[in-house]
Write a protein that binds this ligand. Structure first.
Ligand code: PMP
Length: 427
């Protein structure tokens, strides 16, 4: 067992989540694998909560980081910085948002905070529409728009938040409806809600809910919402912290599955772009981005070493068509896991897109969430040499699979086999 386990108390308040009965100390990684302090090797199907976008220890990223670190490391927000400008230009042109501007932060939380700052200022309203079962980060404002109670420790919100139906397709009062009926019911619910409120500043939504258990609505739901929002001048913020960079295989951004009425007004990103280095950010059209009437700065946002990592990582992703790889290998992995699930009374549903796959567990023969089983499968998978995540609004009973996007077919097969064994071992 890692000797760091006891010393971890120094950094861990009681509410800081840690996986495994004997927490894992990861020492290094390569490709899709990581190693622990005891020398055990694991196939990594969670990539540090989706931060490892391309691969562990990708030589292109390592080289870019060390070369930049040898030149200069400081924060140069007050000065011109070529790496920041180049990455901003590339993200702006990939974003699909017209006249897009980019502001770099150091996390997804800070990106969403900034998006809320922009939207509430632009619209002069502190009301926010958010989705049930959502997760948007850990700051005071981000927890107050987080619909997943397990991750929202305070009710003292600086914002007035109204929660909307629709982020979860397979549970809740509309679950029995067809996709078209589900969408119509959620739109009617939103219209009804807007009839009872002042005008909110924005709707914020994850196209596929991450922490909430990789759940998503039917394609087009947020586009249908957009039509209603437009009538009221309400902005649409797409939280792409987990869904960005082609992870869903079919789309580069999650919002593109909901694009019938145009792109969102604001998009937030983080996690994978730095391949583990801390990059977050906001993209918005210039009019929205420039609505703040004050100086602002992010001391570390856009610093050259993280930007160099982002540029090298993004180039690798695009040059090697890792979005296409996520579609192909993810499709195969979902198929394999569905076959595994069909043989287990514990598996309620295998869902997902590309390399963002959720396996929802229940007590055998019921529809009841089974967090103990999820914890047991996580332990058994680790024993078998596979790291996965868990989440879900239903007492964290959803296994979450989100490997680096360069996952190879034999690795997908290896992971599916270990998971099948882990499900059997967990009983
Ligand atoms: N938004 C979403 C959708 C997320 O999944 C997360 C992190 N799990 C965040 C925001 C917050 O990002 P960070 O942890 O980088 O602050």
């Amino acid at each position: 067992m890692s000797s760091l386990h006891h010393r971890h108390l120094a950094v861990s308040p009681d509410w800081l989540a840690l996986y495994y009965r004997h927490p894992l100390e990861i020492t290094h990684g390569e490709g899709r694998y990581v190693w622990d302090a005891d020398g055990n090797r694991y196939l990594d199907f969670f990539g540090g909560i989706l931060t490892t976008m391309t691969a562990h220890a990708l030589p292109e990223v390592t080289k870019a980081v060390s070369e930049q670190a040898g030149r200069i490391i400081h924060s140069s927000t007050l000065y011109l910085n070529r790496t920041m400008i180049e990455l901003a230009e590339r993200i702006a042109s990939l974003s699909g948002i017209p006249d897009a501007r980019v502001f770099f932060t150091t996390s997804g939380t800070e990106a969403n905070d900034t998006a809320l700052l922009l939207a509430t200022t632009y619209r002069r309203s502190n009301q926010i529409l958010a989705m049930r079962n959502s997760y948007h980060g850990r700051s005071f404002s981000a927890v107050s728009i987080t619909g997943n109670n397990a991750w929202s420790p305070t009710s003292l919100s600086p914002l007035q938040t109204l929660y909307v139906h629709g982020g979860v397709r397979t549970r809740g009062p509309y679950a029995h409806l067809s996709d078209a009926e589900f969408t119509a019911a959620c739109v009617a619910d939103l219209e009804d809600l807007l009839g009872h409120t002042r005008t909110p500043a924005a709707l914020i939504a994850e196209p596929i809910q991450g922490v909430g258990g990789f759940t998503s609505p039917p394609d087009g739901l947020y586009g249908a919402f957009r039509e209603v929002l437009d009538r009221h001048g309400i902005l649409w913020i797409s939280d792409e912290v987990q869904t960005g960079w082609g992870r869903s295989g079919e789309h580069f951004w999650g919002w593109q599955a909901h694009a019938q009425n145009g792109p969102p007004d604001i998009l937030t990103f983080a996690k994978g772009i730095g391949n583990g280095m801390s990059i977050g950010g906001v993209v918005a059209r210039a009019e929205v981005m420039n609505c703040l009437d004050a100086n602002s700065i992010s001391t570390f946002g856009g610093s050259p070493v993280t930007m160099a990592a982002g540029l090298a990582n993004l180039s690798y992703l695009l040059e090697h068509d890792l979005q296409g790889n996520a579609r192909r290998v993810g499709g195969l992995l979902i198929e394999r896991l569905r076959a595994v699930g069909a043989g287990s009374e514990r598996v309620r549903e295998v869902r997902g897109r590309g390399l963002m796959i959720g396996v929802e567990l229940v007590k055998p023969g019921t529809d009841e969430a089974d967090p103990e089983a999820a914890a047991a499968v996580l332990e058994a998978a680790r024993e078998g040499g596979l790291l996965i995540g868990k989440g879900g609004g239903h007492n964290t009973s959803v296994l979450r699979i989100a490997p680096p996007l360069s996952l190879a077919i034999p690795e997908a097969e290896e992971g599916a086999e270990i998971l099948a064994d882990a499900l059997r071992a967990a009983g």
